[in-house]
Design a protein around this ligand. Structure first.
Ligand code: ADP
Length: 167
């Protein structure tokens, strides 16, 4: 049975096959969830990310999990919100879809996402939650390996927005 669930918590502590990092296009670390993941995974993650020489918005790259409980970290730069007329919706859907495709290629069964783009990148939360859940639900219909996707929300407001989309 395929399933999407929403929890409140810190994604660096979640015990799943792959966690997704809301990275920036340099993949060299930053603030927010990206900084937390780099701190928790340790300096070997930085070295692994250096080899990619960046990543375009909406695409994804995979590394090991290093000091995290997760086996893999999937790094995807979500779109910066520029008002909604710069392809933001499609780019956000691409981030979710391409991250799940990498998880599937690596035979991951359980995947956890943070709320991509809704922090510093200022994507409107309800709109992002709708795109995230729709893209994940659609992907799960044809996935062979991925069967449990968890949205890990850092605050009550974010948690409520994603909860609303799964009910
Ligand atoms: P972006 O640049 O894609 O907007 P941010 O890191 O600024 O990314 O924010 C994305 C979301 O991740 C926000 O809801 C933020 O509160 C949340 N966040 C920050 N730290 C963590 C963490 N350790 N675990 C899960 N979510 C987190």
């Amino acid at each position: 049975m395929t399933q999407v669930n929403v929890i409140k918590g810190d994604i660096t502590k979640v015990n799943v096959d792959a966690i997704v990092n809301a990275a920036n296009t340099t993949l060299m670390g930053g603030g927010g969830v990206d900084g937390a993941i780099h701190r928790a995974a340790g300096p070997a993650l930085y070295a692994a990310c250096e080899k990619f020489h960046g990543c375009p918005t909406g695409e994804a790259r995979i590394t090991g999990g290093f000091n995290l409980p997760a086996k893999f970290i999937i790094h995807t730069p979500g779109p910066v919100w520029y008002g909604g007329t710069h392809g933001e919706d499609q780019l956000l859907a691409n981030s979710y879809h391409n991250s799940l495709a990498l998880a599937e290629q690596n035979h991951c069964q359980t995947v956890a996402f943070p709320s991509i783009s809704t922090g510093v990148y200022a994507f409107p939360l309800d709109r992002a939650a709708k795109i995230a859940i729709a893209t994940i639900t659609d992907f799960l219909q044809s996935a062979k390996y991925v069967d449990q996707v968890t949205m890990v929300c850092f605050d009550d407001h974010t948690f409520a927005a994603y909860q609303e989309q799964i009910h």
